[in-house]
Ligand binder design. Sequence first.
Ligand code: UTP
Length: 294
Amino acid sequence: MNKVKKALIPAAGLGTRFLPATKTIPKEMLPVVDQPILLYVVEEAVRAGVEDIILIAGRGKHAIEDFFDRSYEVEDQLLKAGREDLLSRIQKIRDMVNIISVRQKEALGLGHAVFCGQPIIGKENFAVLLGDEIMHSEPGEPTVTEQLSKIFIETGVSTVAVMEVAAEDVEKYGVISAEKTPEGYFRVRDVVEKPTPDTAPSRLALPGRYIFTHHIFDYLQNAKPGKNNEIQLTDSMRGLAQNQGLVATLFQAKRFDAGDKLGYLIANIELALMRQDLGPQLRQYLRGLIDDLS
Ligand code: UTP
């Protein structure tokens, strides 16, 4: 199997959990510390060798397109102000990767969002990275997409990331039914969307990182609305699991569910603590806050 060169990032959800902030801005464009959530996701894909990003956008599509485009005005002002540091950061973003944006006209579900990329992806293998999940890997460590890519190349079948969650949390995710292989990953037999704790086949949940062969489109093409009346990606993954094959692997990275309010706040705090320019002061502030609270 060849290296994955294309990645699809769905960013067309309604972002209802973040209203009113998301009335005009897609939640993927909300900043975590000083860059949009989406940039963390794009950086992960780029580190894995992805060359083309297919961005599925809805409302606020132009805000996303403009972010990855050249801004003559901003660049000119930074140049005149002698802010080479910021200028090179801005230029790096626009030169990072080729972005192709596609509109999902209606938020019919994640499965539908992925299917919107079919005319561009065609028969290629591709990665999917949810646009509101940040997977932090230290520099030099393989990103989650790289970890998936390695297994995908070895096995030749669609490969997805899983994580073990508490029994009471299975209802928030797609959950797999699988057997462990001697190589240490899982051969998936079935995928269930948001099961109740008593019906869940395991506690292995899908956080939003996948590599698919083009066969996923065959299932998405005929997909009907499932749970919550949405076209679910998991329903089509079942087709892959039962026909072409699907494997899952536990990933190594610090995951932040930035699409959830608490997860978003945690991402801001933890990623700021990792920064040299903000970490020491924030740590001191948090220590003082904890002392005041106790
Ligand atoms: P979520 O379910 O977390 O996003 O979808 P949402 O629907 O925007 O969230 P709430 O519940 O209303 O707050 C996971 C990812 O899939 C994208 C979202 O933008 C998010 O990045 N998505 C979801 C689409 O692109 N299209 C859809 O129809 C649904």
